[in-house]
Structures are given as structure tokens and as C-alpha cells.
Design a protein around this ligand. Sequence first.
Ligand code: DGY
Length: 325
Amino acid sequence: MKVFISRAIPPAGLQVLEEATGLEIDYNQRDEGLSKAGLIGRASRAEGLLCLLTDKIDAEVLAGCPNLKVVSNMAVGYNNIEVAEATRRGILVTNTPGVLSESTADLTWALLLAVARRLGEGERMVRAGEWHGWGPLQLLGGEVNGKTLGLIGMGRIGQAVARRAAGFNMKVIYFNRSKLDQALETELKATRVGLDELIAESDFVSLHAPYTQETHHLIDGEMLARMRPEAYLINTSRGPLVDEAALVAVLKNNRIGGAGLDVYEQEPLLYPGLRELDNVVLAPHLGSATHQTRGEMSRLAATNLVMGLRGERPLHPVNPEVLEG
Ligand code: DGY
């Protein structure tokens, strides 16, 4: 069976594919995604595709690769894939949840602390040679200890973020479709609330929901206006959950304390004006970027692909109905 890997991945996944019998592997070894035409050109005869969140696997790509049986995304988010169209074509889609929860939670905290304590501004000041010594009024930021953390989305990553909040004596509230079971709520010391209450009460609002039609611009101008004036917004999920134009406007007016962003509406482009603002910390989609996590994601994506191609149920099917059909 032919397999195409769309971009350079950590070696662990490559090893899984090389050790699987009966696979003919084609690999774009460059650390750069292909154009749509390039992707279709290379994957047109493949039965299996291992792709990244930077590949847009839309109806055109799926039509251009008529032999595809499995599309394995090396990411937990799969909004880069038209899953309904894949399902219609009987193509199994898989993803890599779980293995990146802890590293993404760490990055969430890195952003939260960095924006509250004005680390980016301080670093820029030191590097520019503009620091002239300690000052009692210098770069005063927001307190983290004892504040309220509001988590929108309470899946694996939201839970990992909540677990870390205990070390900061924070009150944790969350908004999620379903309520966690009582034992987990007790362990995380987290209380489920409505979205309006979460927005109004949180000192830190952190996003951990998948990007879907329902979550598009979940945080819009109206929501931002209802945040506490000293509150911070953290986004390590997907950019389009936030209306970036509205966010830039409130940050410009110092209407909220600030924002820590790892993801953007039109990656890698930034909304005009965002780059110039001091009250935002900007990271380049680094949530899962540790050696260990990316290795595990690579291995898991390859394992899902091999299992799917063998006709087995992969570890993480996104559209398991294809297996039943
Ligand atoms: C994912 O897996 O969806 C992450 O965004 C990658 O870091």
C-alpha cells in the first residue's frame, strides 16, 4: 500500500511506518508544507496520508486522491480536514489526542505567567539595553496567586491546565458541554458554570475547546467587553475561536489586562496591529513543541495510519462510523 507523509516529522513515526510490512512510503522530507497542487500530485495514488495541521485536506484534495483509505493527522485538532467529506467517501480520519495534553498545558501556563508578569516587555527592555536598574514602579503586572481561572473547554488539556492551578491557589471554574464526574471535579477543585458567569468572574480566561462552526468567534467583541478590566485572555487552542479584530481593539484601548496567544486566525499571519501591542505575548503555535511530545505525536499518527490501513480500529478514529459502514 502506498503511504504519503506530507512534511518532515520526528523519526519515531517514520520508524513505525518503515517497520510495518507492505508499505511503500513516499516522504516530503522538507520542513515545509506542500501547495495544494503539490500535495495532490504526491498523494494522488496513496491509500494512506499522514498529514499535519498545516495541510488543508478539503474536498478537492480528497477528490484528487481517490485511493485514500486513511488520513492520519499528526495533531489533536482536525479542523484542517473536511471530515464530513472524508466520511462521505468512506475515508477514515484519525488524530493524536492525549500525548500532547501536558506540554500544551505547560505552554498555557507559560503564556499566562508571561503576560501577567509582563515578561515579554521586560525581555525586550533588557535586550534593547534599555534597562537601567530595578525600580519600584517598573513593569508592575497582575497577581496570579489566589485569582480565578476560567477554562473554556474541559477535555484532557483543560484538565491538565486546571491541575497546575492548584499550585497557585486558584479558584477554577469551567464551561464545558458536559459536567465532569464528581470525583474529577473534586480532584481538580473545579466548578462548572455558564459561559456568561465564567467571562464575568475570571481573572484569567483560557481557551481549550476545539474549533468548530459553533466555536467560531466564541470570544467576540461582546464577550471581550464583558471580561473584567484587569483580566487576561489565553488561547492555546485554535485562533478562530477569538475574533482577532475585536481583540486587537480591546487590547489597544487597554480594556482588558492583556492576552497570551499561541494560535491565530490566519496562521502565520497576524492581525494588523497585534504585533505592535505590548500587552500581548505572542508565541508561534508552540503548544505541543517538546521533543518528547512531538515524538509521541509522530509515533501515534503513524500507528493510527498502519492500523487503519490494516482494517483494524485505530487508536483514535475521528469518524469511527466509517469503520461500521
Ligand atoms: C494540535 O495537535 O492540534 C496542536 O495544535 C499542535 O500543537
